[in-house]
Design a protein around this ligand. Structure first.
Ligand SMILES: [Zn+2]
Ligand SMILES: [Zn+2]
Length: 388
């Protein structure tokens, strides 16, 4: 067994207890107060320098200084839960109605604290920086950005993050070099027509008909996108009207575009604007298109660093080189500041009934894999602080 897995195992009782404590008391984005206090107490008990209120009230940064000159390696865990009603039978099931750690961020906090326990007993040069981030699930601004603006990444040479995932088998690490996750461009379209009687469409500007045309044309976007590049556009809601004999005034629709390539992305965004303005002009409607401002960027793993990361992880467990996925992560913002790698730790285990996807009300984690995540964080910190 890998030496660091053995060292991680020594603290297993402690970090699993922390994980269960956080799981039982989940907190939504920006409200991670109790979790943040637990992080602060644990880091301080290990003699680690702690900065609180880093860009957001619940954000915590820990700094563990090594001996002598070396690199600064940042390790990140997000801390927020989701507005999901937990439907598992776990003895430490959520005590907060309608809130659940359904994305496993409770395990991220526990693994990073486990790594702090291991690293506090190790010798290394430089500095290990622990980033405990609020609000990854916010989907809008997110917690990474304010933390970076407050200086959390200052002087960081490399940054690494783990996400627990039921898409991969228990104990297997999964990642890839280059673009791993997408940029999520959410859009909102409003069609302002002119309502009237259902029997006399010629006297109206029918927003229902116009939205149907827009929806059909938007799905034609694939005629413009290189089919070898991962991309998707989904219209996820359309609302208009109230009854059978009234043509309404307005229609409203929303959707999301996911891409891994800036050229593909630019072409798709322009297409959405063009389709809306041309369709609305044909029928004489006034239309608005809004895209979400500053969405999470493409999660881009530095190819050279990631090659070394995969080598290091192979010393701990199996490593799969996987296809990109079209979900999004604000870990991408750290990767825009310093090179590094985001990777998954599999937790799918049929025997233990851990088969439900992340964000499911039945999502469950095989806790036996947590020590592998602890060892991964610790190994990467030790390896990359020593890099010349
Ligand atoms: Zn999530
Ligand atoms: Zn997540």
């Amino acid at each position: 067994m890998n030496d660091l897995v053995r060292k991680a195992e020594k603290f297993q009782g402690e970090f699993i207890k922390i994980r269960r404590e956080i799981h039982e008391n989940p907190e939504l984005s920006y409200k991670e107060n109790r979790t943040s206090l637990l992080v602060i107490d644990t880091l301080r008990s290990l003699g680690i320098e702690v900065q609180t209120n880093v860009g957001l009230p619940t954000a915590v940064v820990g700094k563990l200084k090594g001996r002598g000159k070396g690199k600064t390696v940042a390790l990140r865990a997000d801390m927020d839960a989701l507005p999901v009603k937990e439907e598992t039978d776990l003895p430490f099931k959520s005590k907060v109605d309608g809130v659940m750690h359904a994305c496993g961020h409770d395990t991220h906090v526990a693994m990073l604290l486990g790594a702090a326990m291991v690293l506090a007993e190790e010798e290394f040069p430089g500095e290990v920086r622990f980033l405990f981030q609020p609000a990854e699930e916010d989907g809008g601004r997110g917690g990474a950005k304010p933390m970076i603006e407050a200086g959390a990444m200052k002087g960081v040479d490399y940054v690494f993050g783990i996400h627990i995932s039921s898409s991969y088998p228990s104990g297997v690490f999964a990642t890839r070099k280059g673009a791993l996750m997408a940029v999520p461009d959410s859009f909102t379209i409003v069609v302002h027509g002119k309502g009237g009687h259902g029997s006399a469409p010629h006297e109206t500007v029918d927003p229902v008909h116009i939205s149907v045309q827009i929806a059909n044309l938007l799905y034609g976007v694939n005629r413009l996108v290189n089919p070898t590049k991962p991309f998707v556009l989904s219209i996820t809601n359309i609302h208009s009207g109230t009854t059978d004999n009234v043509i309404p005034d307005n229609a409203f629709m929303q959707g999301t575009i996911r891409s891994l390539d800036e050229d593909v992305r630019a072409r798709a965004l322009k297409y959405v604007k063009d389709v809306v303005s041309s369709t609305c002009s044909v029928y004489g409607a006034e239309c608005e298109v809004k895209f979400m401002e500053d969405p999470y960027p493409i999660t881009f793993n530095d190819p050279e660093v990631t090659e070394e990361v995969m080598d290091t992880l192979r010393g701990i467990s199996e490593v799969m080189e996987v296809d990109p996925i079209l979900g999004a992560e604000d870990f991408s913002r750290y990767l825009q500041v310093s090179p590094g790698t985001f990777f998954f730790l599999g937790t799918r285990n049929e025997r233990k009934g851990c088969v439900y996807p992340n964000h499911s009300s039945r999502f469950c984690v095989d806790e036996d894999v947590l020590k592998l995540g602890v060892a991964a964080y610790a190994s990467l910190a030790l390896k990359f602080t020593k890099k010349g």
